[in-house]
Design a binder for this molecule. Structure first.
Ligand SMILES: C[S@@+](CC[C@H](N)C(=O)[O-])C[C@H]1O[C@@H](n2cnc3c(N)ncnc32)[C@H](O)[C@@H]1O
Length: 365
C-alpha cells in the first residue's frame, strides 16, 4: 500500500499539473504581438485538458471574439483512466445538466465546443460552451480525439508529462501549428532534438527554464521546496513550481528574431564577467571538434567554427544569427554530426579529461 501511494504520487507529479492563466496569457500574447492575426479564423484544439476548470479553456473562451477564433474544442480524460485517482468529484456544472450520467462521468472523456452564441446575449464567450461525453475516455491516441486533431489548425496544451514523447509524435503526424508545455530536458531526446535542429520546432517566448507554477490536485505529494517557491511567487496551497518547464512550439514570436548582443572573442577574454573566460579563454574539447563556451553571454561574436554552448542557449536562439549544427551524443543517435571523436569512450564533452555538461553545437550564420 505504501508503495502504491508512492507510485501514485509519482504519477501525479508527472501528469496532473495544471497550468496557470498568467503563464498561458504571457505565451499567447507573445504570438499575438508578432502576428495579431495568429488565431484569426482558426480552430483550436485543447486536448488533455479538464475543460470545466482548465485555464486553457478559460483563456481561449474568454478571448474567442477578440482573437477571431472560428472554433474552440477542448477534451478531457476520463477520471477512471487517469493513472492517479485523486477523489474525483463531478462539478455542479455537470451534475446539474440534464445529460449528466453518473457512470459516464467516471469512464468517459468530455468534449467542450465553442463556436456560436448559444445564450443569445450577442457575444460568444465562456457562457456559450457546449459539452457532451466523448464515445471513449478522451485518450489523445484514440481515433475520436485524433479526428479532432485533424480538424484543428492549432493544438495547444500542457500534455501529461509522462507521455510527452508520444504526444509530440502524435502532433507531428500532421502539419499543424502547436504550442505545448514540456520539460527542458526533453531537448536532447531523439524525438525532440532533430525537430529543433531543423527549425521545425523551437522554444516559446516566455517562462523557459524559469519559474512556471502549476496547480496540483488536493493531497498530491510535491517537493516541499518547490511548494515553498510557488508560495513565494504568490501561489500558496496546492501549487508547485517547476524550474525546468518550457513551451515547445512552431508558432512564430518576436524573441526568436532578436539576435543576442555579443562581444568578440578578444573582448570577452579581456572583459567577460566570467572569470573562467578571462583566465582560460576558450578551450577545445578533447573528444569533439569544437570549442567550449560555458555561458551563452560569452559566445564570441566573431568565431567562425563550431562552438559548444549550454542547452539553455535555446531560450536565446535566433536562427538569423546562429545555425544549430548538432548536440553532444545522446541516446546513441549521431547527434553530433561527425564532430565526435569515435575513439572516445565518453559521450559527455571533455576538457583535459574533465567532463562538462551536455552541449549544443552552433555556428555563426
Ligand atoms: C499536465 S496535465 C495538464 C492539464 C491541462 N492541460 C492544464 O494545463 O491545466 C495533463 C492532463 O492530461 C491527462 N491525461 C493523461 N493521460 C492522457 C491521455 N493518454 N490522453 C489524454 N489525456 C491524458 C491527465 O489526466 C491530465 O488531466
Amino acid at each position: 500500500m505504501a508503495n502504491q501511494n508512492l507510485s501514485n504520487a509519482k504519477n501525479a507529479k508527472n501528469d496532473e499539473f495544471y497550468t496557470q492563466y498568467a503563464d498561458i496569457q504571457k505565451e499567447m500574447n507573445a504570438y499575438l504581438d508578432y502576428n495579431p492575426d495568429v488565431f484569426r479564423g482558426k480552430t483550436i484544439l485543447l486536448p488533455c485538458d479538464d475543460p470545466e476548470w482548465s485555464n486553457f479553456t478559460k483563456f481561449f473562451a474568454q478571448n474567442f471574439e477578440r482573437f477571431g477564433l472560428k472554433k474552440l474544442i477542448s477534451t478531457s480524460y476520463a477520471p477512471d483512466s487517469k493513472k492517479y485517482k485523486y477523489g474525483y468529484q463531478p462539478s455542479l456544472f455537470e451534475t446539474e445538466n440534464p445529460q449528466f450520467d453518473i457512470e459516464k462521468t467516471q469512464t468517459h472523456g468530455k468534449i467542450f465546443i465553442l463556436e456560436r452564441d448559444k445564450s443569445g446575449d450577442g457575444k460568444i464567450d465562456v457562457e456559450d460552451l457546449e459539452w457532451k461525453y466523448l464515445e471513449g475516455d478522451g485518450d489523445f491516441h484514440s481515433q475520436e480525439v485524433t479526428l479532432l486533431r485533424n480538424e484543428a489548425d492549432i493544438i495547444i496544451t500542457n500534455p501529461p508529462f509522462s507521455l510527452f514523447r508520444e504526444f509530440l509524435a502524435w502532433i507531428m503526424e500532421t502539419e499543424k501549428q502547436f504550442s505545448i508545455i514540456g520539460n527542458m530536458n526533453a531537448i536532447t531526446y531523439k524525438e525532440v532534438f532533430p525537430l529543433i535542429k531543423d527549425n521545425k520546432m523551437w522554444l516559446g517566448a516566455t517562462g523557459n527554464g524559469k519559474d512556471m507554477v502549476f496547480a496540483v490536485p488536493e493531497g498530491a505529494v510535491v517537493n516541499e521546496k518547490d511548494r515553498e517557491k510557488a508560495a513565494r511567487l504568490g501561489y500558496a496551497g496546492n501549487y508547485t513550481r517547476l524550474g525546468n518547464s518550457c513551451w515547445y512550439t512552431n508558432i512564430e514570436h518576436g524573441r526568436r528574431h532578436q539576435p543576442l548582443p555579443l562581444m568578440t572573442m578578444e573582448e570577452n577574454i579581456k572583459f567577460s564577467k566570467h572569470k573562467e573566460i578571462r583566465e582560460r579563454g576558450y578551450q577545445q574539447y578533447d573528444n569533439y571538434e569544437a570549442i567550449e563556451v560555458p555561458f551563452t553571454d560569452a559566445i564570441p561574436s566573431d568565431y567562425k567554427d563550431v562552438m559548444g554552448v549550454p542547452i539553455s542557449f535555446l531560450d536565446k536562439y535566433c536562427p538569423d544569427q546562429f545555425e544549430i549544427i548538432g548536440a553532444t551524443e545522446s541516446e546513441g543517435k549521431g547527434f553530433s554530426k561527425g564532430l565526435f571523436d569515435s575513439q572516445s569512450t565518453v559521450t559527455q564533452p571533455l576538457i583535459n579529461g574533465d567532463k562538462r555538461y551536455k552541449r549544443l553545437f552552433i555556428k555563426k550564420v
